[in-house]
Design a protein. Structure first.
Length: 184
């Protein structure tokens, strides 16, 4: 399978590629992707889990035991659980966010989709997400999956990233542009 040099160039990308190949061989891409989404949510919602993955004070053995226990509680699949054990042993749990992003990109590419990172000032409704997907599909000419984030500092509007393209229609950016134009 051909991989983009950008993903393989990073440490997180190499781990994500290895996990993707394991998932592809065992026909468990969707299962692993769902487990990674659960991990991403746990990282966002649990300060303890985030500390477990980022603290240099937690040793390899302790991190391995803790991550195995957390995987059981989170209901992760066996492939992802073993992968987390390898990350803990290699002291690479801190790379999880990059690994998750890279894996999602690989999986979307494998399915013929494009992933768009969408940041809004407030959570979008299902109808808004559907409309956004349709607009993006027309723009890029293929199926689009969206990764939704909320950043209240945007004030309103959206920031959409598709690969190297960025569409910034946030009120914060518009106000900054106006302020810069008024300065001369």
């Amino acid at each position: 399978m051909e991989q983009s040099g950008g993903i393989q160039a990073s440490l997180g990308g190499r781990y994500a590629t290895a996990l993707f190949e394991l998932a592809r061989e065992s026909k468990a891409i969707d299962t692993v992707e769902a487990s990674l989404a659960t991990i991403r949510q746990a990282l966002a919602e649990s300060a303890d889990f985030k500390t477990l993955t980022t603290s240099p004070l937690i040793g390899r053995v302790a991190a391995g035991r803790a991550i195995a226990a957390a995987a059981g509680v989170l209901g992760l699949d066996a492939t992802t659980t073993k992968f987390l054990g390898v990350l803990a042993h290699n002291r690479r749990l801190g790379k999880l966010p990059a690994i998750i992003r890279a894996f999602r990109s690989l999986a979307a590419n494998y399915r013929g989709e494009t992933t768009a990172e969408v940041t809004s000032a407030h959570p979008l409704s299902d109808a808004q997400v559907s409309e956004l997907k349709q607009q993006l599909r027309q723009r890029v000419g293929r199926e689009v999956t969206v990764e939704l984030n909320v950043d209240q500092s945007l004030l309103g509007g959206l920031v959409v990233r598709i690969g190297s393209q960025m569409i910034d229609s946030s009120i914060r950016t518009r106000l900054n542009t106006l302020a810069h134009a008024m300065k001369g």
